[in-house]
Design a binder for this molecule. Structure first.
Ligand code: ZN
Length: 426
């Protein structure tokens, strides 16, 4: 169903309800992965933004079986994301049998804000979580990885955009389920745009890939902050950041697909098939037709593979020119030079598909003029000390992706040479 057809269907349904032809419940949709249930006095709740769990059953006293929800789609089912709240847990000890494969250490929050990895005792295997709560601790929340739901993400975006009157956030359109798709923008209006580079970043084509949004928020933090580096970047660049492409999938707690079971990542051969890519295409086209076309476009994802390091997918010839390979490598090297959280230890390459990705769209229309690349975070260990990678690590990695633009665009140094910049940053 295309965007226009979807609107017609909604108008038809609303008309039917108003005319009394259709009953009101026809518009009420329930989702398998959103429920609340109380078992043995403990309340399980996945019925909220980004929450997801298929069901919970009793398996014995203080033992519960939890099933992770599997989102079905035209490219097959996907399953790893889960997130749910536990309440009435004060003084309780219990076991959850939950098949959290693809991340051996999920995360827990005791205050709904700060998250930490479970310990080895709390997650003794990838099919078991064992929890004990103090008498003073009555609530907790579990998730596959440090989460960033729709409102949580937009709240952070508002916080960064509100730092300065000249920063903006605007709605570029609605998703299939009519959620806002927000684009945050920042530059320094005191300097003319004609000397500036436009940089685009988006995340969450795939709903469960939270590392992409965590890094994107670090990037947005860096380019909106009132620091020497932040001001320097805004002096020379215009930033456009779309935090949530698959906003419905994120709300629904999906692992990968959108609310219709479609992969938003692979629709660029026919972007008006779904409103999410249609909205993005119109925004991209507007920028590309303007005086400051996009020069760098970063597409933020996560992989479930246990890689040594996060990585960029560098597109290689013959799908692109060897010169474009070098252009991509310059940005990869610049990120490498900017942070010790990325060393390009897991370099990945791919032949660029001729049509389906946003990178294909940029390449087919503007060639080497747009350095468009996908970054893949992972859920395992950081490269510096092999400890479990955290939300703060991804925030710092996103900041580094912003600061790397100084080297990539060969901007004047902030202070001294690039080594001076490094030391200033840390
Ligand atoms: Zn992805």
């Amino acid at each position: 169903m295309k965007n226009g057809e979807r609107k017609h269907l909604l108008i038809l349904l609303l008309s039917g309800v108003m005319l009394g032809v259709l009953p009101l419940p026809v518009l009420a949709v329930t989702y398998l992965q959103k429920f609340t249930i109380t078992l043995q006095g403990i309340r399980f709740d996945s019925n909220y933004d980004n929450g997801s769990l298929e069901y919970v059953t009793e398996s014995g006293t203080n033992i519960f079986n939890c099933k992770i929800y599997e989102d079905s789609g035209e490219l097959g089912p996907k399953k790893y994301w889960f997130r749910f709240k536990l309440s009435e847990v004060a003084g309780r000890s219990f076991t959850l049998n939950i098949d959290h494969f693809q991340n051996p250490r999920p995360v827990i929050s005791l205050d709904g804000k700060k998250w930490r990895r479970l310990t080895a005792l709390e997650a003794p295997s990838s099919s078991k979580i064992v929890l004990s709560f103090e008498p003073s601790q009555n609530e907790a929340e579990l998730a596959f990885f440090y989460p960033s739901g729709v409102e949580e993400t937009y709240e952070r975006v508002r916080e960064y955009v509100n730092r300065c009157d000249s920063f903006t956030s605007k709605v570029i359109g609605q998703s299939f389920q009519f959620r806002d798709m927000i684009l945050a923008s920042a530059t320094d209006p005191a300097f003319p745009d004609d000397s500036k580079h436009r940089v685009w970043m988006h995340s969450r084509a795939h709903a469960g890939e939270a590392t992409g949004t965590l890094a994107l928020l670090g990037f947005l933090d860096a380019v909106t902050t009132d620091s020497l580096l932040g001001r320097h970047l805004r002096r020379y660049c215009i930033f456009n950041v779309l935090p949530l492409e698959n906003v419905d999938g994120v709300f629904l707690g999906h692992t990968r697909w959108d609310s219709q079971g479609i992969d938003p990542e692979r629709q660029w051969g026919n972007p008006d098939r779904i409103p999410e890519t249609d909205n993005m295409k119109k925004t991209v086209d507007e920028f590309m037709a303007g005086e400051n076309p996009i020069e760098v476009a970063l597409n933020m994802h996560s992989t479930v593979g246990n890689y040594e390091d996060t990585f960029f997918y560098k597109h290689v010839s013959p799908s692109v020119t060897t010169n474009f390979e070098a252009i991509q490598q310059r940005y990869i090297d610049a990120v490498n030079n900017t942070t010790n959280l990325f060393d390009n230890l897991s370099p990945q390459t791919s032949l660029l598909n001729s049509t389906i990705f946003i990178e294909s769209y940029f390449w087919n229309n503007w060639g080497e003029a747009v350095m468009a690349m996908t970054h893949e975070g992972h859920f395992y260990n950081r490269i510096t000390d092999q400890e479990w990678i955290t939300d703060d690590d991804y925030h710092q990695l996103g900041e580094a992706m912003a600061f790397a633009l100084i080297e990539y665009f060969d901007l004047p140094p902030v202070i001294g040479d690039s080594k001076g910049l490094f030391w200033f940053f840390y």
